[in-house]
Design a protein around this ligand. Structure first.
Ligand code: FES
Length: 113
């Protein structure tokens, strides 16, 4: 099975967790396995936006476009950015190897992303 490396950058930007996932894995599941603070309350039903991540600008274009429903949920997500996505809607592929996502935080200054 093809391995896909994913980097999770903490809300403060000071910690990066590098995870080894497999093609076909859901990004939210990988994040939770690696203790990232993403609640994912609705378990992928696109009804909560607590799985929101901010994708690194260089990687954003590699992702398939968000559906209208995902965009609507992102509008409600705290601290959403132009490159925000719902991690429960991202299926890892070989093309996404090296993907870097940032954990959002309302309370931190996220300049530099
Ligand atoms: S887990 Fe609820 S929208 Fe992704």
């Amino acid at each position: 099975m093809t391995q896909v490396i994913v980097n999770f950058v903490s809300a403060g930007g000071d910690t990066t967790v590098t995870a080894t996932a497999a093609e076909g894995d859901c990004l939210l599941t990988v994040a939770q396995i690696h203790d990232q603070p993403l609640e994912g309350t609705c378990e992928g039903q696109m009804a909560c936006s607590t799985c929101h991540v901010i994708v690194d600008a260089d990687d954003f274009a590699k992702l398939p476009e968000a559906t209208e429903m995902e965009e609507d949920m992102l509008d409600l997500a705290a601290g959403a950015r132009r490159t925000s996505r719902l991690s429960c809607q991202i299926t890892l592929t070989a093309a996404l190897d090296g993907l870097t996502v940032h954990i959002p935080s309302e309370s931190h200054n996220m300049q530099g992303i």
